[in-house]
Design a protein around this ligand. Structure first.
Ligand SMILES: Cc1ncc(COP(=O)(O)O)c(C=O)c1O
Length: 415
């Protein structure tokens, strides 16, 4: 069995099946390139997350707020709504999309960075949404938006703080700490020394303070565990200080970041240990919380999607072999073009194994050297007309795709 096989992806007669359907048949029926998502896999991923966070201590609720930036496809949102999820939205557009998919205002947490007053006004049209403040400097904008919107009910507000520690699979995905691993400054969250002042100012303006939030980064693996639990400790300590200052919070939001398996050799983030650590610390701290929140994106959606592309021809040049496919990375699976460290496994759906393995670069159809799905992968040489599956394409692929070179962003189907 291949490391990536499971209930969604199965090999039968040397061909790839997606939830029991031959990938080649789907490619033939709907055309390529094509994103294929699995509802069942999404729910399996949700189940594994809930299992990690159980048993839940009495009186506490674990809210799974899907980071919809990962993939806002309506079918995915509706599936997760049925699965009892909340939503982490980062723009007024995402708030609207979540509402249209059926999420109630009360189940949406809006976390915006570099926000303008108009953004807040649009969000406050839905006064049940919790607004997660990212900067002390946002308070005036929020207050101005509230006055213009003439909202009577108290607006629910939480504060995203920056605990001074962050972790991500590459420098661009570290979202806390003073600087990222490449030395660039981190723009997110309220720094430690200003958290209390932020709470007090919001309180003085009559906002209802309900939570404290942090998000350290994205794509954690096993080696990130020590830092992530240290950040949990910092969050609990900060919540204790806030309690002493008179702020009784409803929830602590620990953000997302848990990486699914992109590579065979990747050691997985120990989610059950992390969950147990949070639950234990929260229970002992006696903070009077009603809930803890987590905001997974990748964990839920990445594994639940693949991209199918067709090999148009095999090109030889200066001793290099290229499988040239009918899609461009920027328009489909842009992560490797954005993040040098990003990796997506490539499977020949028409002939999974067999044939002499060779070094093949899977090249896209864009006018850009970096437009390659995989560089010098050791694969049996595909043939013209073969269907390749780019795995882990359910998160941050369609949602990050552009129309570079005026190519269309492919269709999506949900099985
Ligand atoms: C505020 C916030 N929460 C949650 C997430 C989800 O992260 P992931 O998809 O790694 O779980 C992100 C993504 O960067 C984020 O910015």
């Amino acid at each position: 069995m291949n490391w990536w096989e499971g209930e969604f992806l199965r090999v039968r007669n040397n061909r790839l099946y997606l939830e029991g359907q031959p990938a080649e048949q789907l490619a033939e029926k709907y055309g390529t390139p094509l994103y294929v998502y699995s509802r069942k896999q999404l729910l399996r991923n949700l189940r594994s997350l809930r299992e990690a966070f159980s048993p839940v201590p009495a009186g506490l609720e674990v809210r799974v707020a899907y980071a919809m930036k990962a993939n806002p496809h309506r079918g995915i949102l509706k599936t997760l709504l049925k699965g009892g999820c909340w939503i982490d939205a980062v723009s007024p557009g995402e708030v609207q999309t979540a509402l249209k998919a059926g999420f109630s205002e009360e189940k949406i947490i809006f976390t915006g960075t570099s926000i303008c007053q108009k953004d807040f006004e649009q969000v406050l049209q839905h006064p049940g949404v919790t607004v997660n403040i990212d900067a002390y400097e946002q308070i005036d904008l929020l207050e101005a938006a509230r006055r213009r919107s003439r909202i009577r009910q108290p607006v629910r507000v939480s504060v995203r703080w920056n605990p001074g520690l962050g972790r991500g699979f590459c420098s661009q995905t570290v979202t806390a700490g003073d600087r990222s691993s490449d030395g660039s400054p981190i723009k997110f969250g309220v720094e430690d020394s200003r958290v209390l002042a932020t709470f007090r100012r919001l309180q003085s303006l009559g906002f209802k303070l309900v939570g404290l939030h942090q998000h350290l980064g994205s794509g954690w693996t096993e080696e990130d565990f020590p830092v992530t639990v240290k950040a949990v400790d910092r969050m609990i300590k900060k919540a204790g200080e806030l309690k002493k200052a008179g702020f009784e919070l409803e929830f602590l939001d620990f953000g997302g970041g848990f990486g699914p398996r992109y590579k065979e050799e990747q050691r997985l983030f120990p989610l059950p240990e992390y969950a147990a650590y949070i639950l234990d610390k929260v229970e002992r701290a006696k903070l009077g919380l009603k809930a803890i929140v987590i905001e997974p994106g990748k964990h839920l959606a990445a594994e639940a999607g693949v991209l199918l592309v067709r090999v148009e021809y095999i090109k030889k040049s200066y001793g290099n072999l290229f499988a040239c496919v009918n899609a461009g990375t920027f328009n489909t699976v842009p992560r490797p073009a954005i993040y040098e460290e990003a990796y997506h496994e490539i499977v020949n759906a028409s002939q999974v194994n067999g044939g002499k393995k060779q070094k093949v670069t899977v090249a896209g159809h864009l006018c850009e050297t970096g437009d390659v799905f995989g560089i010098e992968r050791i694969l049996p040489l595909p043939r013209c007309g073969h269907i390749l599956a780019i795995l882990m394409a359910g998160a941050y692929c369609h949602s990050m795709a552009s129309r570079f070179n005026l190519r269309e962003i492919p269709k999506e189907i949900v099985l």
